[in-house]
Design a protein around this ligand. Structure first.
Ligand code: AMO
Length: 437
């Protein structure tokens, strides 16, 4: 590939005398009359341009004097060893500038951070801060690790429709879209399609957006998120799925620790520890008992965010680990496609949630693969079998026992980075009030 420019992190004093093409955004200028120093930042670091009267043309010196913070600048020049904090400077021979307006709507230089909602509005500018860059480099690394893990383990990457007529996770929080003269929905997850595909491809994964019309305001729910979905055929029970999810978490955290070192340093935080297998498993009923004792009420039968947080601390104290599973949720609070588990006279499910650093980051189950039982469960949940058309019909033709999980990429990344609000790790978050930019 042709080199368009040198990145800041590639430059060094050892390149003394070399001609380079560099580019970035002006951080600040220091004008001493006959000499102007300009600090420039790109997505990898900073360097200094030195404009000295007599060394550079007067035309270049005059442009340097007018540079505003955040102006885009491309320079061709020569590297010289110098007593700067970089150990070198660049003497420009040619520059090209796209001047930035002033004042800037967000602070990209100072120590103070502009409030989040404003920074998101001005994301392009916000991303010129090294800390913001570090967040999205880690996010990119997490996705790379996830994809690498699945491919290494013989999963097939799939792309399934975002628009359809099925509502997989329950009707209330689904976005309706106009599809020519029909009513359609934005998918809440690729759930039903990944199940259909595991009926032939055996091990599949998808990394794609999902939409939930969640009207509530929290730091962990958004209307659009990236779901990492996996589905596996021929399983013997949820243990086979938990095993894959454990390996996925370990693989990603190991890679992030190794390759994300510089980013964690920029952010001033410790890279995450890698939990060891097996992650503790807590029965839903035991989790509920613990929460009751701690005085934390449930939301119906659902474990609330506060409960996950409390359980996270409890498990950390007891087992010293950041990750654990809650297993066997009641059938009442799991979707129709989940396989039931009759236990102690109660109808539970072969399901689980993965809690990491006090937050549910993934959820999954063994699915019901027997046509008659599946159809019955659709009816039990108050849904119409006809509404599931070809999805349901496919189960007449030899579906294997299968199971899988959906992992929220945004929540996982936020927790790796010890960030409370998932909006910080999403470039352009969508919540009930935010459609732009
Ligand atoms: P569930 O609805 O629990 O399960 O979602 C799976 C994971 O996706 C993330 N998540 C969200 N992230 C941000 N904002 C939201 N509004 C949001 N909703 C969910 C969470 C959650 O753990 N089909 C099943 C998965 C499966 O069984 O395979 C499903 O969608 O991290």
């Amino acid at each position: 590939m042709k080199k368009i420019k040198w990145f800041a992190k590639e430059l060094s004093p050892n390149m003394d005398g070399e001609r380079v093409r560099v580019a970035g955004w002006v951080v600040r200028t220091r004008d001493l009359g006959k000499i102007v120093f300009v600090i420039v930042r790109d997505s990898t670091g900073e360097f200094q341009l030195t404009f000295k009267k007599g060394v550079v043309s007067d035309e270049l010196l005059n442009i340097a004097k007018k540079l505003t913070t955040a102006s885009a600048i491309i320079t061709e020049g020569v590297i010289r060893k110098a007593k700067t904090k970089f150990g070198f400077e660049i003497i420009p021979e040619k520059i090209e500038v796209n001047f930035s307006a002033t004042p800037l709507p967000v602070d990209i230089i100072g120590a103070t951070e502009t409030e989040l909602s404003k920074r998101i509005k001005w994301r392009t500018l916000d991303l010129r801060r090294p800390k913001a860059v570090a967040i999205f480099k880690i996010r990119s690394l997490v996705v790379a690790a996830i994809r690498e893990f699945f491919i290494k383990n013989n999963f097939v990457e799939i792309h399934t429709p975002s628009i359809g007529i099925y509502s997989a996770e329950g009707g209330a929080d689904v976005f309706e879209v106009k599809y020519f003269d029909k009513k359609a929905y934005l998918r809440q997850s690729p759930q039903l399609y990944k199940q259909l595909l595991v009926g032939a491809l055996e091990k599949v994964f998808e990394i794609s957006p999902a939409w939930r019309a969640e009207p509530h305001w929290t730091t962990r729910h958004l209307c659009e998120f990236i779901s990492v979905d996996a589905e596996i055929a021929w399983i013997n029970g949820i243990d086979d799925v938990l095993d894959v999810l454990e390996d996925l978490i370990i693989y990603t955290l190991e890679k992030v620790r190794k390759e994300g070192k510089g980013c964690f340093e920029t952010l001033g935080i410790e890279p995450p520890n890698v939990p060891s297998k097996p992650f503790p498993r807590v029965e839903y009923e035991d989790a509920v008992k613990l929460l009751k004792k701690a005085g934390i009420p449930l939301e119906g039968k659902e474990i609330p965010g506060k409960g996950e947080e409390w359980l996270g601390k409890h498990i950390k104290e007891k087992y010293g680990t950041d990750a654990f599973f809650i297993i066997h949720f009641p059938y009442e609070i799991r979707p129709f496609y989940t396989m039931k588990l009759e236990k102690n006279g109660k109808t539970l499910t072969k399901s689980f949630d993965l809690i990491y650093r006090g937050l549910e980051i993934a959820s999954g189950a063994q699915r019901e693969h027997r046509y008659d039982v599946l159809k019955q469960q659709i009816v039990e949940k108050g849904l119409r079998p006809e509404a599931f058309g070809y999805y349901l019909e496919a189960f007449k033709y030899g579906m294997p026992p299968h199971g899988g999980f959906g992992l929220g990429l945004d929540r996982y990344t936020a927790r790796i980075l010890q960030i409370e609000n998932i909006r910080e790790v999403i470039l352009y978050p969508r919540d009930p009030l935010t459609l732009e930019p």
